[in-house]
Write a protein that binds this ligand. Structure first.
Ligand code: AMP
Ligand code: MG
Length: 501
């Protein structure tokens, strides 16, 4: 064991392991046969204040595959439960992940540093605890893209191939992802002890979470109700942001919903191309539980499970009262979601002055509703529609007209939209659209091509180019024209994503 401790330190602290010892188990990562660095996020490394100057690729590969652990790490697997597709599983937990510790970053935010795919833990339930190169690179790419789009998300610090074989439906090369998160506390973390009736434990977790994520409510007399309110607000904002870029998470189980409001767990997720609210890409989501348009409903369902864990803390003497108060907070989700949805849509449509209104007025709302109705009716391309609208604002109607063949309807809509420009120049409106509506998202066919090149041929170039493109999602670059193009409709109609576990 001693030879597996690296010389390096990351500046790790361990508030979770120290304050919530019952919520985790000390576990060492498994050694890797031949660790090899695939990708390292230098910018994030600097943001974390880690001094990596003296490191070489071999050191990085060893440390971020779990082959050697940093001297100041204390790896633990975190316990959690969760509702998976509506069914409660009392014990899930980190079956293939380990928290190395926490770092307070340059902005003073405490961030978890965790390995994913570093081997079995007491929570593995018969699984191998491993991850494969494809899904690891997929999470790297999509989480970094989400970050660049301004959507709260866990991030990727490193991807390392382990040199080990992972057995799935075929033999795959193994890999480990280093995931950075505001924390890994999930709705399912609360459910773990709540399901066992251990309210004292739930309280300790709630207090930890308030201190770490919502310090503004620490002295609140109704802090647990306030905590629910905070999480409802963050999740409503998050889901509106997902949907405004056409993101489908794919597996919104309660163990995949964070308390911090960050997106977590990039399994069967995808960006929708053809606008269709019923879109489902996940191969295991037969009933469409996590379809695009269902995401706000599912979020409330998950938040209701969270609220249930807090009921004994909200009012320990009067359960009915606690339930009534929690229900009122949950009922507020819809209004908050709509506020973020309409404000975000205003920005994307270049109606900036309206996007700052706390309540978007009825005229603007109906204009926005009609826009999405038009997108759905014409099966328009979710991302490019806005960029074509910007072109139309500047007088080039050709791309937009090719997308909306019903000329009369789109003409009428554009007329109403122009009335809300408040006398601003067309170029200003176009600029506003292009600043809020990305041209580059991780297109499903390009993601698959990049992963296939990496896995089948060991060629990381397509992955790296795609990563570079999605990191600057708003500024059009003529040399990247093919990255803006959607897949063929054939590809889209049959595209499926898998859990990759
Ligand atoms: P996920 O679908 O990735 O959210 O994972 C759901 C649960 O299954 C979590 O408890 C994971 O830790 C566990 N899990 C997923 N893949 C594996 C694996 N290969 N080995 C062990 N546990 C796993
Ligand atoms: Mg998960």
């Amino acid at each position: 064991m001693t030879q597996r401790i690296s010389e390096i330190t990351l500046g790790l602290e361990h508030t979770y392991a120290e304050q919530l010892g019952e919520f985790c188990v000390a576990v060492s990562p498994e050694p890797a046969r031949e660790p090899q660095l695939l990708q390292f996020n230098q910018e994030l490394c600097e943001q974390l204040g880690i001094d990596s100057q003296a490191w070489n690729d071999a050191v990085v590969a060893k440390v971020f595959s779990g082959d050697a652990i940093p001297r100041d790490s204390r790896p633990v697997a975190q316990a959690y439960a969760g509702h998976q597709f509506g069914h409660f599983v009392p014990q899930l937990g980190d079956g293939r992940a380990l928290l190395l510790g926490e770092i307070v970053d340059r902005d003073g935010v405490r961030r978890d540093i965790a390995l994913k795919g570093s081997g079995a833990t007491p929570f593995s339930r018969g699984g191998d605890g491993k991850a494969a190169v494809g899904p690891v690179l997929r999470e790297y790419l999509i989480s970094e893209s989400m970050h660049a789009l301004g959507i709260p998300t866990t991030r990727a610090l490193a991807a390392v191939a382990t040199g080990d074989r992972v057995i799935r439906d075929r033999v795959l090369p193994g890999a480990v992802l280093t995931r950075v998160a505001a924390s890994h506390v999930r709705v399912g973390t609360f459910q773990f002890f709540a399901a066992r009736g251990q309210t004292d434990m739930v309280k300790r977790l709630a207090d930890y979470v308030c201190d770490r994520h919502y310090p503004e409510i620490t002295t609140d007399t109704h802090r647990y109700l306030a905590l629910l309110q905070c999480v409802v607000e963050r999740q409503a904002a998050l889901i509106a942001k997902w949907m405004l870029v056409g993101f489908i998470h794919g597996v919104m189980n309660t163990d995949n919903m964070t308390i911090s409001g960050e997106t977590i767990d990039y399994g069967p997720c995808a960006f929708m191309e053809t606008y269709d609210p019923e879109s489902v890409y996940s191969s295991i989501d037969h009933a469409g539980r996590y379809a695009f348009a269902n995401q706000p409903t599912v979020a409330v369902w998950n938040l209701a499970r969270f609220a249930e864990t807090l009921v004994p803390l909200i009012d320990s003497n009067d359960e009915d009262r606690a339930v009534t108060d929690a229900t009122a907070v949950l009922e507020g989700f819809s209004d908050i979601f709509q506020r973020y949805w309409y404000q975000g849509a205003c920005s994307k449509l270049g109606l900036n002055s309206l996007s700052t209104q706390r309540v978007v007025d009825d005229t603007t709302r109906s204009l926005i509703d009609d826009w999405f109705e038009l997108l759905g009716r014409h099966r328009a391309e979710t991302t490019l529609a806005y960029r074509y609208l910007a072109d139309a604002a500047e007088g080039d109607r050709t791309p937009l007209d090719s997308m909306f063949p019903d000329r009369v309807k789109i003409d009428r809509w554009i007329e109403r939209w122009r009335m809300l420009h408040g006398g601003r120049k067309a170029s200003e409106v176009a600029h506003a659209i292009r600043s809020a509506s990305p041209i580059y998202i991780p297109r499903n066919h390009l993601v698959e091509e990049a992963l296939a090149a990496a896995v089948d041929n060991g060629d990381l170039e397509p992955f790296r180019r795609l990563l570079e493109v999605v990191r600057t999602p708003y500024a059009e670059n003529t040399k990247w024209a093919e990255y803006a193009e959607p897949a063929t409709s054939e590809f889209n109609s049959t595209y499926r994503t898998f859990c990759g576990t």
